[in-house]
Design a protein around this ligand. Structure first.
Ligand code: FES
Length: 148
């Protein structure tokens, strides 16, 4: 009995160290294989790749419709054409006014100095020196995602 009592702290310490080693080994294994597993998991099951933000549902936007969205501090315009969705920075490349979608003309226009952009974001007329900045759009399971 006396011997048992004397060995108990040693056994407990050994047990504790054993658990620490096993836990460390398990954490190392998880750290190695978890990134590989998330890479191999199909994109459609876990959503689009990182850095994309859900901005609405596919059904909410009619063909040739548009809506203003904002990701963080960045105002954007999201368009739906018969072929795809497109997202552009809503900041005009001339002097930074916010552009708007003109559904009847099917153009993006800047109200400040009559700058016009086509549905690809390219300058058609007016003072803007370059195209609107485009952003990647993906549709996964009916949800629209835009990359900043
Ligand atoms: S700020 Fe847009 S055309 Fe001047």
């Amino acid at each position: 009995m006396k011997t048992n009592h004397a060995e108990q702290p040693e056994t407990s310490r050994r047990h504790f160290l054993d658990w620490i080693l096993k836990g460390g080994f398990l954490a190392t294994l998880l750290g190695m294989f978890l990134p590989a597993l998330t890479y191999l998991w199909p994109v459609t099951r876990r959503g689009p790749v990182g850095g994309m933000v859900e901005v609405g549902r596919e059904d909410d936007l009619a063909v040739w419709g548009a809506k203003k969205i904002s990701i963080g501090e960045s105002p954007m315009i999201l368009l739906r054409t018969p072929q795809s969705f497109k997202a552009y920075s809503a900041v005009c490349t001339h002097l930074g006014c916010l552009v708007e979608w003109s559904a009847d003309k099917r153009l993006i226009e800047c109200p400040c100095h009559a700058g016009f952009f086509d549905v690809e974001g390219r300058v058609i007329s007016g003072p803007p020196p370059k195209s609107l900045v485009g952003h990647t759009v993906r549709v996964v399971d009916g949800k629209i995602f835009v990359k900043l």
